[in-house]
Write a protein that binds this ligand. Structure first.
Ligand SMILES: Nc1ncnc2c1ncn2[C@@H]1O[C@H](COP(=O)(O)OP(=O)(O)OP(=O)(O)O)[C@@H](O)[C@H]1O
Ligand SMILES: [Mg+2]
Length: 361
């Protein structure tokens, strides 16, 4: 899976750019404010229909323009797709086109473009709340199980309905029928999450041994309610408590995937660089697992590659990325920051105030 060409119109500080990318490494080099993160954001937007930086779409559309448009050519082995996404300022509508056909969903794009993003802000995967780690597991399930997305959406919808019903119901009877359906979905999603966390663990451990040989990292999956108990029973038993608090306290919406070192949470004991390496290890392991199981390569977007990493670690990360045979986009302020990457074939782009020029292939 690789994006071989990208056309951008009126996205952040780009008016109109047309870029052809290498299927391996692409280096995006430029000063502060030149548009490096914006370019990664446009690639991410094409694969997710949303930004990793801002929830307000109107801030992403170039100032005073009515919409932004992204067009990509995607290649996977012998197959090719042409994808387009347009976002309108006036009502926030998103239009998705795949191979010239309108009416596609954002989840169709996401299926086509498995992506991993590594940014300095992405350390929330380790030092943020459990929702970041659930999103990490759910990314994998979305790509591994074709029925995950609909089960997950139905589960969230039912939970929302239950939370509003809690406020209106004085006894449990009206909730019972919904809770049986909710419990079924909760068990299914939880089973998938637990199996996926377990299947991913050897790949994570192996990458951690390479990146962080000085540490022993322990992983544990927490399903969000007492293990071994029936979720439908729990919902019934906890009705009064949930009603008092105003929402459903336990369940898959509280699941977590925790990381410890020497028995302590990694966010409390690891250095910034070590946390960054652990985040890279998690994302690389996830990409590798997808490759092994589904024969699909994900695309890596890495912002500010050099920050927090010493020269040895930069070289290690580069080597591991090369082994993954994935398409990689890496931003850096100067070319020297990429000197440790012994990459034979790559494209380098120079960014200057929204203009992008190809430096070398
Ligand atoms: N909607 C928008 N329209 C036009 N320009 C925008 C818009 N949103 C952001 N910008 C501009 O984009 C630039 C920031 O780009 P970006 O964050 O990609 O920089 P960068 O190269 O990653 O810099 P750094 O090295 O500091 O991370 C700023 O100059 C900002 O004014
Ligand atoms: Mg940036």
């Amino acid at each position: 899976m690789a994006i071989s060409r990208l056309l951008i119109e009126n996205f952040r500080n780009f008016t109109a750019v047309d870029l052809e990318f290498d299927h391996g490494f692409n280096f995006l080099i430029g000063n502060n404010g030149s548009g490096k993160t914006n370019l990664l954001e446009s690639l991410f937007y094409l694969g997710h229909g949303r930004s990793f930086k801002s929830n307000v779409t109107t801030r992403i559309i170039r100032y005073e323009q009515p919409h932004f448009t992204l067009h990509g050519k995607i290649q996977e082995q012998q197959h090719q797709w042409s994808v387009g996404l347009q976002k309108l300022r006036k009502d926030g509508t998103t239009l998705v086109k795949i191979n010239g056909e309108d009416g596609n969903k954002i989840s169709d794009l996401a299926h086509l473009l498995p992506m991993q993003i590594i940014t300095p802000e992405g350390l929330t995967l380790l030092n943020g709340g459990p929702s970041y780690r659930r999103a990490f597991l759910d990314w994998g399930l979305f790509h591994h199980h074709s029925s995950f997305h609909s089960a997950w959406s139905a589960l969230n919808r039912l939970l929302k309905q239950r939370n509003s019903a809690l406020q209106q119901s004085y006894d449990y009877a009206p909730l019972r029928i919904w809770d049986i359906e909710l419990a079924k979905l909760a068990h299914q999603v939880t089973q998938w999450r637990a199996e996926y966390a377990q299947a991913l663990t050897p790949a994570i451990e192996q990458t951690c041994r390479l990146f962080l040989p000085e540490l022993e990292i322990q992983l544990s999956f927490h399903q969000g309610w007492e293990k071994g108990s029936d979720y439908a029973d729990l919902l019934r038993e906890n009705f009064q408590r949930d009603k008092q608090i105003g929402y459903t306290v336990s369940g898959p919406q509280k699941a977590d995937f925790r990381f410890k070192s020497n028995g302590l949470p990694v966010e409390d004991v690891l250095s910034r660089g070590q946390l960054k390496l652990l985040m890279c290890a998690l994302r690389l392991a996830q990409g590798e697992h997808l490759m092994q199981q589904k024969n699909r390569h994900c695309i890596f977007l890495i912002d500010d590659f050099a920050s927090e990493l010493d020269q040895i670690k930069r070289a290690l990360l580069a080597e591991r990325l090369q082994q993954s045979r994935s398409q990689v986009f890496i931003t850096a302020i100067t070319q020297d920051q990429l000197a440790q990457m012994q990459v034979e074939k790559h494209c380098s782009f120079r960014l200057q105030e929204g203009n992008i020029t190809l430096l070398a292939e």
